[in-house]
Design a protein around this ligand. Structure first.
Ligand SMILES: [Zn+2]
Length: 106
């Protein structure tokens, strides 16, 4: 399962979807998930990945959605270093190595 973490991104309400930090997971997978939760709560990852900032195109898309009365929902990925345990490829490889069935990490 996943947790929803409410926060703010550049003044906009945000909702991050992160996996549960289940205690029975291997420590290296727990580290990757903990790092994702860290960034979702507005802190930088030890690899240097920073909390999300919106670019001009994303802000324009939100403004356009609001003008049309739509709910402003955009997906903004966090880019971790290639060797960070929070990176998609690393987390997926760890899950495969431990025989854990993958669901979406984000
Ligand atoms: Zn990272």
């Amino acid at each position: 399962m996943s947790d929803l973490i409410p926060s703010h991104v550049d003044g906009y309400k945000a909702l991050s979807v992160v996996p549960d930090l289940t205690e029975n997971l291997p420590p290296e997978i727990r580290e990757g998930i903990a790092r994702r939760r860290l960034v979702a709560t507005g802190h930088p990852c030890p690899c240097g990945a920073a909390p999300v900032r919106l670019n001009r195109a994303q802000r324009r898309r939100i403004a356009a959605q609001r003008r049309h009365g739509n709910t402003d929902v955009i997906r903004v990925p966090v880019i971790h270093e290639d060797d960070c345990p929070a990176a998609d490829d690393v987390l997926n490889a760890l899950a495969n190595r431990h025989g854990i069935t993958l669901r979406r990490w984000m």
